[in-house]
Design a protein around this ligand. Structure first.
Ligand code: GLN
Length: 475
Protein backbone atom coordinates (compact mmCIF):
# COMPACT_ATOMS: atom_id res chain seq x y z
CA UNK A 1 0.00 0.00 0.00
CA UNK A 2 1.31 3.45 -0.88
CA UNK A 3 0.48 5.52 2.20
CA UNK A 4 0.87 8.74 0.32
CA UNK A 5 -1.86 7.78 -2.12
CA UNK A 6 -4.37 7.76 0.71
CA UNK A 7 -6.70 10.58 1.62
CA UNK A 8 -6.71 12.20 5.05
CA UNK A 9 -9.78 10.21 5.92
CA UNK A 10 -8.23 6.89 4.92
CA UNK A 11 -4.80 7.49 6.40
CA UNK A 12 -6.07 8.75 9.77
CA UNK A 13 -8.04 5.52 10.19
CA UNK A 14 -4.81 3.54 10.03
CA UNK A 15 -2.87 6.05 12.12
CA UNK A 16 -5.46 6.42 14.87
CA UNK A 17 -5.77 2.68 15.30
CA UNK A 18 -1.98 2.36 15.40
CA UNK A 19 -1.94 0.02 12.40
CA UNK A 20 0.51 2.44 10.82
CA UNK A 21 2.75 4.49 13.11
CA UNK A 22 3.12 8.23 12.65
CA UNK A 23 6.85 7.61 12.40
CA UNK A 24 6.33 5.31 9.44
CA UNK A 25 4.02 7.80 7.72
CA UNK A 26 6.43 10.67 8.30
CA UNK A 27 9.42 8.67 7.08
CA UNK A 28 7.51 7.63 4.00
CA UNK A 29 6.72 11.26 3.19
CA UNK A 30 10.32 12.36 3.77
CA UNK A 31 11.70 9.58 1.56
CA UNK A 32 9.25 10.51 -1.18
CA UNK A 33 10.26 14.15 -0.88
CA UNK A 34 13.94 13.26 -1.16
CA UNK A 35 13.22 11.45 -4.41
CA UNK A 36 10.81 13.96 -5.90
CA UNK A 37 12.18 17.34 -4.86
CA UNK A 38 15.08 17.53 -7.35
CA UNK A 39 12.46 17.56 -10.13
CA UNK A 40 9.58 19.46 -8.49
CA UNK A 41 11.18 21.87 -6.01
CA UNK A 42 8.03 22.51 -4.04
CA UNK A 43 9.72 23.28 -0.72
CA UNK A 44 11.74 26.26 0.45
CA UNK A 45 12.36 24.68 3.85
CA UNK A 46 12.11 21.07 4.99
CA UNK A 47 11.81 20.39 8.69
CA UNK A 48 12.92 16.76 8.71
CA UNK A 49 14.27 16.54 12.25
CA UNK A 50 11.36 18.43 13.78
CA UNK A 51 8.90 16.28 11.85
CA UNK A 52 10.51 13.04 13.03
CA UNK A 53 10.63 14.26 16.61
CA UNK A 54 6.99 15.25 16.44
CA UNK A 55 6.08 11.86 14.94
CA UNK A 56 7.69 10.03 17.84
CA UNK A 57 5.83 12.21 20.33
CA UNK A 58 2.53 11.59 18.58
CA UNK A 59 3.07 7.83 18.54
CA UNK A 60 3.31 7.93 22.32
CA UNK A 61 0.04 9.82 22.58
CA UNK A 62 -2.77 7.39 23.25
CA UNK A 63 -5.67 9.74 23.85
CA UNK A 64 -7.29 12.55 21.90
CA UNK A 65 -5.90 11.64 18.53
CA UNK A 66 -7.14 14.59 16.48
CA UNK A 67 -8.70 14.97 13.04
CA UNK A 68 -5.28 15.24 11.36
CA UNK A 69 -3.49 12.78 13.61
CA UNK A 70 -0.11 11.98 12.05
CA UNK A 71 -0.95 13.50 8.67
CA UNK A 72 2.04 14.95 6.79
CA UNK A 73 1.17 18.52 5.85
CA UNK A 74 2.99 21.37 4.11
CA UNK A 75 2.35 25.06 4.60
CA UNK A 76 3.03 28.00 2.34
CA UNK A 77 6.06 29.99 3.41
CA UNK A 78 4.03 33.08 4.28
CA UNK A 79 2.66 31.60 7.48
CA UNK A 80 4.55 31.93 10.72
CA UNK A 81 5.80 28.67 12.18
CA UNK A 82 7.54 29.31 15.46
CA UNK A 83 11.34 29.07 15.50
CA UNK A 84 11.63 28.54 11.75
CA UNK A 85 12.55 30.89 8.93
CA UNK A 86 9.55 32.42 7.15
CA UNK A 87 10.47 34.18 3.92
CA UNK A 88 7.23 34.67 1.94
CA UNK A 89 9.41 33.86 -1.07
CA UNK A 90 11.38 37.07 -0.60
CA UNK A 91 15.04 37.87 -0.04
CA UNK A 92 14.02 40.67 2.27
CA UNK A 93 12.83 38.15 4.86
CA UNK A 94 15.81 35.82 4.66
CA UNK A 95 17.02 35.23 8.17
CA UNK A 96 13.72 36.19 9.79
CA UNK A 97 12.80 33.57 12.39
CA UNK A 98 9.13 33.44 13.36
CA UNK A 99 8.68 34.20 17.06
CA UNK A 100 5.17 32.71 17.14
CA UNK A 101 2.78 30.37 15.37
CA UNK A 102 0.07 31.60 13.01
CA UNK A 103 -3.37 30.67 14.32
CA UNK A 104 -3.82 28.14 11.51
CA UNK A 105 -0.53 26.48 12.48
CA UNK A 106 -1.70 26.17 16.11
CA UNK A 107 -4.93 24.64 14.89
CA UNK A 108 -3.16 22.11 12.65
CA UNK A 109 -0.92 21.12 15.53
CA UNK A 110 -3.79 20.79 17.99
CA UNK A 111 -5.36 18.24 15.67
CA UNK A 112 -2.17 16.20 15.40
CA UNK A 113 -0.76 17.27 12.01
CA UNK A 114 2.93 16.77 11.26
CA UNK A 115 4.26 19.85 9.52
CA UNK A 116 6.85 18.67 7.03
CA UNK A 117 8.02 22.00 5.67
CA UNK A 118 7.26 25.35 4.06
CA UNK A 119 6.47 25.63 0.39
CA UNK A 120 7.68 27.85 -2.42
CA UNK A 121 5.58 30.81 -3.55
CA UNK A 122 5.61 33.97 -5.60
CA UNK A 123 7.27 36.70 -3.58
CA UNK A 124 4.73 38.05 -1.07
CA UNK A 125 2.10 36.02 -2.94
CA UNK A 126 2.25 38.31 -5.97
CA UNK A 127 2.05 36.21 -9.07
CA UNK A 128 0.34 33.35 -10.85
CA UNK A 129 3.15 30.92 -11.62
CA UNK A 130 5.54 30.84 -8.62
CA UNK A 131 8.17 32.22 -11.02
CA UNK A 132 8.31 35.37 -8.86
CA UNK A 133 9.87 33.42 -6.00
CA UNK A 134 13.20 35.01 -5.12
CA UNK A 135 14.73 31.55 -4.78
CA UNK A 136 13.85 29.11 -7.55
CA UNK A 137 11.02 27.87 -9.76
CA UNK A 138 8.65 25.07 -8.83
CA UNK A 139 7.67 22.62 -11.54
CA UNK A 140 4.23 21.25 -12.31
CA UNK A 141 4.19 17.55 -11.33
CA UNK A 142 1.91 16.72 -14.27
CA UNK A 143 4.56 17.96 -16.71
CA UNK A 144 7.71 19.52 -15.29
CA UNK A 145 8.17 21.88 -18.26
CA UNK A 146 5.06 23.73 -17.07
CA UNK A 147 4.46 26.10 -14.16
CA UNK A 148 2.45 24.86 -11.17
CA UNK A 149 0.48 28.12 -11.05
CA UNK A 150 0.76 30.57 -8.23
CA UNK A 151 1.21 32.10 -5.90
CA UNK A 152 0.79 28.95 -3.77
CA UNK A 153 2.49 26.82 -6.46
CA UNK A 154 4.68 24.94 -3.98
CA UNK A 155 1.73 23.76 -1.90
CA UNK A 156 -0.23 22.62 -4.98
CA UNK A 157 2.80 20.78 -6.39
CA UNK A 158 3.58 19.12 -3.04
CA UNK A 159 0.06 17.68 -2.84
CA UNK A 160 -0.07 16.66 -6.50
CA UNK A 161 3.24 14.83 -6.30
CA UNK A 162 2.18 13.01 -3.11
CA UNK A 163 4.97 14.55 -1.07
CA UNK A 164 2.32 15.39 1.53
CA UNK A 165 -1.34 14.50 1.98
CA UNK A 166 -2.59 18.09 2.19
CA UNK A 167 -1.25 21.63 2.38
CA UNK A 168 -2.21 25.18 3.20
CA UNK A 169 -2.05 28.08 0.81
CA UNK A 170 -3.31 31.64 0.77
CA UNK A 171 -5.57 33.21 -1.80
CA UNK A 172 -5.80 36.94 -2.43
CA UNK A 173 -7.02 36.90 -6.02
CA UNK A 174 -6.77 33.24 -6.96
CA UNK A 175 -3.59 31.91 -5.42
CA UNK A 176 -5.16 28.71 -4.10
CA UNK A 177 -7.64 28.05 -6.89
CA UNK A 178 -5.38 28.76 -9.90
CA UNK A 179 -2.48 26.49 -8.83
CA UNK A 180 -5.01 23.82 -7.81
CA UNK A 181 -6.43 23.99 -11.35
CA UNK A 182 -3.00 23.92 -13.01
CA UNK A 183 -1.79 20.94 -10.95
CA UNK A 184 -5.02 18.96 -10.82
CA UNK A 185 -5.79 19.04 -7.10
CA UNK A 186 -8.66 20.48 -5.05
CA UNK A 187 -8.16 24.03 -3.75
CA UNK A 188 -10.58 25.83 -1.45
CA UNK A 189 -10.75 29.54 -0.66
CA UNK A 190 -13.07 30.06 2.30
CA UNK A 191 -15.30 33.10 2.79
CA UNK A 192 -13.29 36.16 3.82
CA UNK A 193 -13.25 36.17 7.62
CA UNK A 194 -13.85 32.44 8.02
CA UNK A 195 -10.20 31.57 8.73
CA UNK A 196 -7.93 33.68 10.90
CA UNK A 197 -5.19 35.61 9.12
CA UNK A 198 -3.21 36.07 12.31
CA UNK A 199 0.37 35.09 11.52
CA UNK A 200 -0.12 35.19 7.74
CA UNK A 201 2.25 37.69 6.17
CA UNK A 202 -0.14 40.26 4.75
CA UNK A 203 -0.32 41.04 1.04
CA UNK A 204 -3.74 42.73 0.61
CA UNK A 205 -5.50 42.44 3.95
CA UNK A 206 -9.06 42.95 2.69
CA UNK A 207 -8.65 40.02 0.30
CA UNK A 208 -6.17 37.55 1.84
CA UNK A 209 -7.63 34.27 3.00
CA UNK A 210 -5.98 30.98 4.00
CA UNK A 211 -7.32 27.70 2.68
CA UNK A 212 -6.44 24.07 1.99
CA UNK A 213 -5.10 22.05 -0.93
CA UNK A 214 -6.20 18.44 -0.87
CA UNK A 215 -6.70 15.40 -3.04
CA UNK A 216 -10.46 15.50 -2.87
CA UNK A 217 -13.41 17.54 -1.67
CA UNK A 218 -13.93 15.56 1.52
CA UNK A 219 -10.34 16.16 2.64
CA UNK A 220 -10.80 19.88 1.92
CA UNK A 221 -13.82 19.86 4.24
CA UNK A 222 -11.82 18.07 6.94
CA UNK A 223 -9.04 20.65 6.62
CA UNK A 224 -11.54 23.51 6.78
CA UNK A 225 -13.03 22.00 9.95
CA UNK A 226 -9.59 22.27 11.52
CA UNK A 227 -8.50 25.75 10.44
CA UNK A 228 -11.79 27.61 10.74
CA UNK A 229 -12.99 29.65 13.71
CA UNK A 230 -13.16 33.05 15.31
CA UNK A 231 -9.87 34.48 16.50
CA UNK A 232 -9.63 37.64 18.54
CA UNK A 233 -6.13 38.21 17.16
CA UNK A 234 -7.70 38.98 13.77
CA UNK A 235 -10.13 41.89 13.65
CA UNK A 236 -11.74 40.63 10.45
CA UNK A 237 -12.29 37.13 11.78
CA UNK A 238 -15.98 36.37 11.95
CA UNK A 239 -17.90 34.82 14.84
CA UNK A 240 -19.79 31.80 13.55
CA UNK A 241 -21.01 28.63 15.16
CA UNK A 242 -18.64 25.77 14.64
CA UNK A 243 -20.07 23.35 12.15
CA UNK A 244 -18.91 20.19 10.51
CA UNK A 245 -18.25 21.02 6.88
CA UNK A 246 -18.55 17.37 5.85
CA UNK A 247 -22.20 17.15 6.95
CA UNK A 248 -23.75 17.62 3.51
CA UNK A 249 -21.25 15.56 1.53
CA UNK A 250 -22.91 12.80 -0.46
CA UNK A 251 -26.36 14.36 -0.12
CA UNK A 252 -28.15 14.68 -3.43
CA UNK A 253 -28.21 18.03 -5.19
CA UNK A 254 -31.55 17.63 -6.91
CA UNK A 255 -33.29 20.99 -7.24
CA UNK A 256 -30.17 23.05 -6.52
CA UNK A 257 -29.87 26.09 -8.72
CA UNK A 258 -26.50 26.43 -10.36
CA UNK A 259 -25.68 29.72 -12.06
CA UNK A 260 -23.61 30.13 -15.15
CA UNK A 261 -22.38 33.57 -16.14
CA UNK A 262 -23.77 35.15 -19.28
CA UNK A 263 -20.76 37.45 -19.70
CA UNK A 264 -18.24 34.57 -19.56
CA UNK A 265 -18.52 34.21 -23.34
CA UNK A 266 -16.92 37.66 -23.71
CA UNK A 267 -13.65 36.16 -22.53
CA UNK A 268 -11.19 34.21 -24.61
CA UNK A 269 -11.49 30.68 -23.22
CA UNK A 270 -9.53 27.66 -24.41
CA UNK A 271 -11.75 25.22 -26.32
CA UNK A 272 -11.02 22.28 -24.04
CA UNK A 273 -11.87 24.39 -20.98
CA UNK A 274 -15.21 25.27 -22.60
CA UNK A 275 -15.82 21.57 -23.24
CA UNK A 276 -15.11 20.77 -19.61
CA UNK A 277 -17.49 23.47 -18.48
CA UNK A 278 -20.20 22.04 -20.71
CA UNK A 279 -19.49 18.52 -19.46
CA UNK A 280 -19.80 19.63 -15.85
CA UNK A 281 -23.05 21.46 -16.60
CA UNK A 282 -24.42 18.26 -18.15
CA UNK A 283 -23.38 16.16 -15.15
CA UNK A 284 -25.00 18.58 -12.70
CA UNK A 285 -28.18 18.59 -14.77
CA UNK A 286 -28.19 14.78 -14.82
CA UNK A 287 -28.11 14.86 -11.06
CA UNK A 288 -31.22 17.02 -11.01
CA UNK A 289 -29.68 20.45 -10.60
CA UNK A 290 -31.23 23.33 -12.45
CA UNK A 291 -28.87 25.48 -14.48
CA UNK A 292 -29.71 29.18 -14.55
CA UNK A 293 -28.03 31.90 -16.55
CA UNK A 294 -27.15 34.93 -14.45
CA UNK A 295 -25.55 38.26 -15.25
CA UNK A 296 -22.54 39.92 -13.62
CA UNK A 297 -22.48 43.22 -15.55
CA UNK A 298 -19.38 44.56 -13.79
CA UNK A 299 -17.29 41.45 -14.33
CA UNK A 300 -15.05 43.15 -16.86
CA UNK A 301 -13.93 45.72 -14.29
CA UNK A 302 -12.75 43.12 -11.77
CA UNK A 303 -9.14 42.87 -12.94
CA UNK A 304 -8.44 46.64 -13.11
CA UNK A 305 -10.21 47.09 -9.77
CA UNK A 306 -8.10 44.41 -8.13
CA UNK A 307 -4.90 45.91 -9.53
CA UNK A 308 -5.71 49.17 -7.78
CA UNK A 309 -6.97 47.74 -4.48
CA UNK A 310 -4.37 44.99 -4.00
CA UNK A 311 -1.23 47.07 -4.73
CA UNK A 312 -2.58 49.90 -2.56
CA UNK A 313 -2.94 47.60 0.41
CA UNK A 314 0.34 45.87 -0.40
CA UNK A 315 2.26 49.15 -0.48
CA UNK A 316 1.06 49.87 3.06
CA UNK A 317 1.61 46.33 4.35
CA UNK A 318 5.09 46.04 2.91
CA UNK A 319 6.32 49.31 4.39
CA UNK A 320 7.25 47.38 7.52
CA UNK A 321 10.10 45.66 5.70
CA UNK A 322 12.68 48.37 6.18
CA UNK A 323 15.92 46.69 7.18
CA UNK A 324 15.34 47.52 10.82
CA UNK A 325 12.76 45.08 12.04
CA UNK A 326 12.92 41.91 9.96
CA UNK A 327 15.39 39.81 7.98
CA UNK A 328 17.71 41.47 5.50
CA UNK A 329 19.72 44.55 6.51
CA UNK A 330 21.81 46.58 4.08
CA UNK A 331 23.25 49.31 6.16
CA UNK A 332 23.62 52.79 4.71
CA UNK A 333 25.18 56.01 5.99
CA UNK A 334 21.90 57.02 7.60
CA UNK A 335 18.42 55.61 8.23
CA UNK A 336 16.97 56.68 4.89
CA UNK A 337 19.84 55.12 3.00
CA UNK A 338 19.42 51.90 5.02
CA UNK A 339 15.77 51.77 3.97
CA UNK A 340 16.68 52.40 0.36
CA UNK A 341 19.50 49.90 0.16
CA UNK A 342 17.59 47.17 1.98
CA UNK A 343 14.42 47.56 -0.05
CA UNK A 344 16.32 47.87 -3.34
CA UNK A 345 18.23 44.66 -2.67
CA UNK A 346 15.45 42.77 -0.89
CA UNK A 347 12.40 43.16 -3.12
CA UNK A 348 11.98 41.63 -6.58
CA UNK A 349 10.67 43.38 -9.70
CA UNK A 350 6.97 42.50 -9.34
CA UNK A 351 6.87 43.53 -5.69
CA UNK A 352 8.54 46.84 -6.51
CA UNK A 353 6.07 47.42 -9.32
CA UNK A 354 3.14 46.90 -6.96
CA UNK A 355 4.62 49.12 -4.24
CA UNK A 356 5.06 51.89 -6.81
CA UNK A 357 1.52 51.53 -8.16
CA UNK A 358 0.07 51.34 -4.66
CA UNK A 359 1.96 54.36 -3.39
CA UNK A 360 0.86 56.33 -6.43
CA UNK A 361 -2.82 55.43 -6.21
CA UNK A 362 -2.92 56.24 -2.50
CA UNK A 363 -1.12 59.56 -2.85
CA UNK A 364 -3.10 62.69 -1.92
CA UNK A 365 -3.66 63.91 -5.47
CA UNK A 366 -4.78 60.59 -6.93
CA UNK A 367 -6.61 58.85 -4.11
CA UNK A 368 -10.09 59.87 -5.30
CA UNK A 369 -9.37 59.10 -8.93
CA UNK A 370 -8.02 55.60 -8.28
CA UNK A 371 -8.40 54.02 -4.88
CA UNK A 372 -11.77 55.50 -4.02
CA UNK A 373 -13.17 54.75 -7.46
CA UNK A 374 -11.86 51.19 -7.35
CA UNK A 375 -13.44 50.68 -3.93
CA UNK A 376 -16.78 51.81 -5.34
CA UNK A 377 -16.53 49.46 -8.30
CA UNK A 378 -15.61 46.69 -5.91
CA UNK A 379 -18.91 47.32 -4.16
CA UNK A 380 -20.77 47.14 -7.50
CA UNK A 381 -19.15 43.79 -8.23
CA UNK A 382 -20.21 42.57 -4.82
CA UNK A 383 -23.77 43.74 -5.52
CA UNK A 384 -23.76 41.81 -8.82
CA UNK A 385 -23.07 38.67 -6.82
CA UNK A 386 -25.68 39.57 -4.19
CA UNK A 387 -28.29 39.84 -6.90
CA UNK A 388 -27.17 36.63 -8.59
CA UNK A 389 -27.32 34.68 -5.35
CA UNK A 390 -30.95 35.63 -4.89
CA UNK A 391 -31.64 33.28 -7.79
CA UNK A 392 -29.02 30.57 -7.38
CA UNK A 393 -27.33 28.38 -4.77
CA UNK A 394 -23.91 28.32 -6.41
CA UNK A 395 -22.10 29.56 -9.45
CA UNK A 396 -20.13 27.42 -11.88
CA UNK A 397 -17.31 28.75 -14.04
CA UNK A 398 -13.84 27.66 -15.08
CA UNK A 399 -11.09 28.41 -12.57
CA UNK A 400 -8.85 29.66 -15.35
CA UNK A 401 -9.50 30.38 -19.00
CA UNK A 402 -6.44 28.36 -20.02
CA UNK A 403 -4.47 25.44 -18.69
CA UNK A 404 -0.90 25.75 -17.36
CA UNK A 405 1.77 27.45 -19.47
CA UNK A 406 5.45 26.65 -19.82
CA UNK A 407 8.05 28.04 -17.46
CA UNK A 408 9.33 31.28 -18.94
CA UNK A 409 6.48 31.48 -21.47
CA UNK A 410 4.79 34.59 -20.06
CA UNK A 411 6.98 37.61 -19.44
CA UNK A 412 4.43 40.39 -19.85
CA UNK A 413 2.93 41.23 -16.44
CA UNK A 414 -0.49 42.10 -17.89
CA UNK A 415 -0.67 38.75 -19.62
CA UNK A 416 0.26 37.10 -16.32
CA UNK A 417 -2.53 39.00 -14.54
CA UNK A 418 -5.06 37.53 -17.00
CA UNK A 419 -4.67 34.11 -15.39
CA UNK A 420 -6.90 35.28 -12.57
CA UNK A 421 -9.81 36.81 -14.50
CA UNK A 422 -12.25 34.23 -13.13
CA UNK A 423 -10.90 34.06 -9.58
CA UNK A 424 -10.37 37.76 -8.82
CA UNK A 425 -14.05 38.86 -9.01
CA UNK A 426 -14.87 36.23 -6.40
CA UNK A 427 -12.09 37.49 -4.12
CA UNK A 428 -13.24 41.09 -4.43
CA UNK A 429 -16.64 39.97 -3.13
CA UNK A 430 -15.11 37.83 -0.35
CA UNK A 431 -17.06 34.75 -1.45
CA UNK A 432 -16.05 31.13 -0.83
CA UNK A 433 -14.96 29.14 -3.89
CA UNK A 434 -13.40 25.81 -4.72
CA UNK A 435 -11.49 24.53 -7.72
CA UNK A 436 -11.80 20.86 -8.57
CA UNK A 437 -9.99 18.99 -11.34
CA UNK A 438 -12.29 18.33 -14.26
CA UNK A 439 -10.69 16.69 -17.24
CA UNK A 440 -7.49 17.41 -19.14
CA UNK A 441 -6.54 19.26 -22.28
CA UNK A 442 -4.95 17.66 -25.34
CA UNK A 443 -1.50 17.91 -23.78
CA UNK A 444 -2.69 16.08 -20.69
CA UNK A 445 -2.70 19.22 -18.52
CA UNK A 446 -5.43 19.43 -15.89
CA UNK A 447 -8.49 21.66 -16.23
CA UNK A 448 -10.08 23.16 -13.12
CA UNK A 449 -13.75 23.94 -12.57
CA UNK A 450 -14.61 26.60 -10.04
CA UNK A 451 -17.71 26.56 -7.90
CA UNK A 452 -18.56 29.71 -5.98
CA UNK A 453 -20.85 29.53 -2.95
CA UNK A 454 -22.86 32.01 -0.93
CA UNK A 455 -21.11 33.86 1.88
CA UNK A 456 -20.41 31.42 4.74
CA UNK A 457 -22.19 28.57 2.98
CA UNK A 458 -19.10 26.42 2.55
CA UNK A 459 -21.09 23.36 3.56
CA UNK A 460 -23.38 23.71 0.53
CA UNK A 461 -20.47 24.64 -1.71
CA UNK A 462 -18.65 21.46 -0.70
CA UNK A 463 -21.81 19.42 -1.19
CA UNK A 464 -22.13 20.57 -4.81
CA UNK A 465 -18.39 20.21 -5.44
CA UNK A 466 -18.41 16.68 -4.12
CA UNK A 467 -21.43 15.79 -6.26
CA UNK A 468 -19.61 17.08 -9.33
CA UNK A 469 -16.41 15.30 -8.31
CA UNK A 470 -18.21 11.96 -7.96
CA UNK A 471 -20.66 12.46 -10.81
CA UNK A 472 -17.78 13.12 -13.15
CA UNK A 473 -15.89 9.98 -12.17
CA UNK A 474 -17.33 7.76 -14.85
CA UNK A 475 -16.55 10.08 -17.70
N1 GLN B 1 -2.12 36.42 -9.18
C1 GLN B 1 -2.74 37.41 -8.38
C2 GLN B 1 -1.73 38.46 -8.00
O1 GLN B 1 -0.66 38.39 -8.48
C3 GLN B 1 -3.34 36.78 -7.14
C4 GLN B 1 -2.32 36.40 -6.14
C5 GLN B 1 -2.87 35.82 -4.89
O2 GLN B 1 -4.01 35.39 -4.82
N2 GLN B 1 -2.07 35.88 -3.83
O3 GLN B 1 -1.98 39.35 -7.24
Amino acid sequence: MDLLNLSIKELTTYLKSGEISVKEATETALTKIEKTEPKIKAFIHLHKDEAMKRAEELDKKKEKRGALFGIPIAIKDNMNLKDTETTAGSKILQGYISPYNATVVEKLKNEGAVIIGKTNMDEFAMGSSTENSAFFNTHNPVNTEYVPGGSSGGSAAAVKSNEVIAALGSDTGGSIREPAAFCGVVGLKPTYGRVSRYGLIAFASSLDQIGPFAKNVEDSAIMLNVITGFDNHDETSVQKNNQDFTHLLGKEIKGKKIGIIKEASNFDIQEEVKDSLQASIDVLKDMGAEVVEISLPHLKYALPTYYIVAPAEASANLSRFDGVRYGLVKEGKNLKETYEKTRTAGFGTEVKRRILIGTFTLSAGYYDAYYLKASRIRRLIEQDFEKAFEKIDALLLPTTARTAFKLGEISNPLEMYMNDIFTIPVSLAGLPAISIPYGNDRKGLPIGMQIVGKWFKEDELLQIASALENGGKNE
